[in-house]
Design a protein around this ligand. Structure first.
Ligand SMILES: Cc1cc2nc3c(=O)[nH]c(=O)nc-3n(C[C@H](O)[C@H](O)[C@H](O)COP(=O)(O)OP(=O)(O)OC[C@H]3O[C@@H](n4cnc5c(N)ncnc54)[C@H](O)[C@@H]3O)c2cc1C
Length: 540
């Protein structure tokens, strides 16, 4: 660890807090501290901030592709947005609502999806199961009851004591009569819950498809809450996109950070947390420079990176737990520049922002199992985003981009479940062969797609990790969100409240409570915690 004599001038810390990484959580936390009058510095290794939220011209000039997050519903629903709506709008952030927002395609050109038009939805559901019209109404009225305690849970600090995989400590205010429903939503697998709630397999699959945006495959305990929340939010308000690409959100947050006096240094890699007398007091950069801070170092990184940054400074049980941190399945992203939108056989899919290919619970369970056991899935599960349907600014006039997220794609290839791809590492040939399998699958629902492709860029799980080191093995939420790594266990039992057992050191980001997603949830909770630990804030 650092020799104190190497530090920049004694007592010279010109910052109150230093954030490592400029992901959405660090930016959100830095803004909140800046607004409290703190002098804040955010250090980012990449040349631009945003981490998994960046928009780049990945194919041809004039085509803007979100490298990661595209659906900004979690941001819209965050307390941070409610507090900063006007400030961010003044910085040029504008949202576009995509509605109808999401649905699944099935054999025979069929589609079942979600829109804010209740009548249209009922008609669509009736084609699969008349009984599910009433079941859907019950599902949405459960949302009215259960959403307040669930939002309260996800917006509150996790318990400080060790409460392994028990979320109920933070549901104290929920009416007793609701607890069985909340328990089912928080603890049951999607298959178990949805099978008890809906008659048709298509309805179950359409809702369960949201689970695989995380690593909540149909049979994963605790995997029901995200499909429940997203399907209901989509029915209430569609899906929100940032006009021009998700980067606009990051640009607006960065501008807000500057307004508070905060600084952002990009192309700046932090190599070490500097510890003096048992307290985190600054960081050492790749070039050897040391930057001191008087109150907090906030690491927006994974537990694995935290270990690299802190060496042996953390207590042994935390080091052990960080070594055991488990990442979820990898992801492949395929970005297409298109001459026209796909001609989905299902007419309704042509209007839907997201189209899921995951036509049954068994299909998704199989794909997940193959992916997590290192096999290239024979039948990929895909989320196809059609942003230019709603936001034409992302492509030249009349042209389109397609955002294709393929989940459960292993970073380390042990085998090909279809037996066709021979390579066992992500060579260009393997990458292209697997991307072609994905396009074949999409073509089976939208014939002629290939003829519309002007250019394509494919990111393997390893490419995603190279774009953002938090995406270990292409895991898009920086650590499995299964029960053993969620609630009071994220990232470490007893330390889900963002303060680490090294004074002055905090952690935020997707690996921490309340988990991944394009929302500054953990950054906001970390800022709250830091302010509580430092009751006398600096005045502006
Ligand atoms: C392909 C993909 C699609 C997604 N789609 C959606 C979606 O549609 N909707 C949604 O809600 N969520 C989505 N997500 C998830 C969401 O984008 C992430 O969970 C969220 O953005 C993570 O934010 P974070 O604060 O953890 O920081 P990250 O985005 O992980 O950023 C961390 C930053 O820290 C930097 N960094 C790391 N180590 C260092 C270091 N030592 N020194 C300096 N800098 C460092 C990294 O370069 C990076 O910029 C998606 C993610 C991916 C990858």
């Amino acid at each position: 660890m650092t020799n104190p004599s190497e530090s920049v001038g004694a007592g010279s810390s010109s910052y109150d807090a230093i954030f490592i990484g400029a992901g959405i959580n660090a930016l959100g936390g830095a803004i909140l501290l800046g607004e409290a009058g703190w002098r804040v510095l955010v250090l980012e290794k990449n040349s631009t901030p945003g981490g998994s939220i960046r928009t780049q011209p990945l194919t041809l000039p004039g085509f803007h592709h979100d490298i990661g997050a595209i659906n900004l519903n979690l941001f819209i629903g965050s307390p941070f947005y409610q507090e900063h709506k006007e400030a961010l709008a003044r910085k040029g952030l504008r949202f576009i609502v995509a509605d109808p927002s999401v649905g699944s395609v099935f054999e025979g050109g069929r589609f079942l999806g979600i829109s804010t038009d209740a009548e249209k939805m009922a008609q669509s559901i009736a084609e699969f199961s008349p009984a599910d019209i009433g079941n859907w109404q019950n599902w949405t009225s459960d949302f009215q009851e259960c959403a307040p305690p669930l939002f309260q849970l996800f917006g509150s600090p996790a318990p400080e004591t060790e409460t392994p995989d028990n979320p109920f400590g933070n549901l104290d205010d929920a009416p007793l009569s609701l607890l069985p429903k909340l328990k089912a939503l928080l603890m049951e697998s999607p298959r178990s819950l949805l099978s008890s709630r809906f008659e048709s397999e298509e309805m179950r699959a359409m809702i369960a498809a949201w689970g695989l945006h995380l690593d909540h495959a149909p049979d994963i305990a605790g995997g029901s809450f995200f499909p429940f929340l997203e399907s209901n939010i989509d029915a209430l308000q569609g899906i929100s996109l940032a006009e021009g690409g998700s980067v606009k959100l990051i640009e607006a947050m960065t501008a807000r950070l500057h307004d508070t006096g905060g600084e952002l240094r990009s192309s700046t890699m932090v190599e070490e947390v500097v510890v003096e007398n048992g307290r985190a007091v600054g960081v050492r950069l790749e070039n050897g420079e040391v930057i001191k801070t008087s109150r907090a170092v906030v690491a927006g990184v994974t537990p694995s990176s935290l270990l690299n940054l802190t060496g042996d400074q953390l207590p042994a049980p935390i080091i052990e737990r960080a070594h055991q941190w488990r990442y979820g399945p990898g992801t492949m992203m395929i970005h297409l520049a298109l001459s026209d939108l796909p001609d989905w056989r299902a007419e309704e899919a042509r209007q839907s922002f997201y189209v899921h290919i995951g036509p049954s619970l068994d299909y998704m369970a199989r794909t997940y199992r193959e992916g997590v056991t290192g096999r290239l899935p024979a039948e990929p599960y895909c989320v196809i985003g059609q942003p230019t349907l709603y936001d034409p600014t992302r492509a030249p006039k009349g042209k389109h981009v397609l955002w294709i997220m393929v989940r459960c794609v292993p970073a380390e290839i042990k085998d090909d479940a279809a037996g066709d791809i021979i390579g066992r590492s992500w060579t260009t040939e393997v990458r292209d062969a697997f991307a072609d399998r994905v396009l074949d699958k999409i073509e089976s629902y939208a014939p002629g797609l290939r003829d519309k492709i002007l250019a394509r860029t494919v990111h393997t799980p390893l490419d995603l990790e190279a774009l953002n080191p938090n995406l270990v093995g292409g895991d898009l939420v920086a650590g499995s969100a299964h029960l053993d790594q969620f609630y009071g266990n994220r990232p470490f039992p007893g330390h889900a409240h963002h303060a680490l057992p090294l004074p002055g050191l905090y952690i935020c980001g997707a690996s921490t409570w309340p988990g991944g997603g394009a929302s500054p949830g953990s950054g906001s909770l970390a800022a709250e915690r830091i302010l509580a630990d430092n009751p006398i804030s600096r005045q502006t």
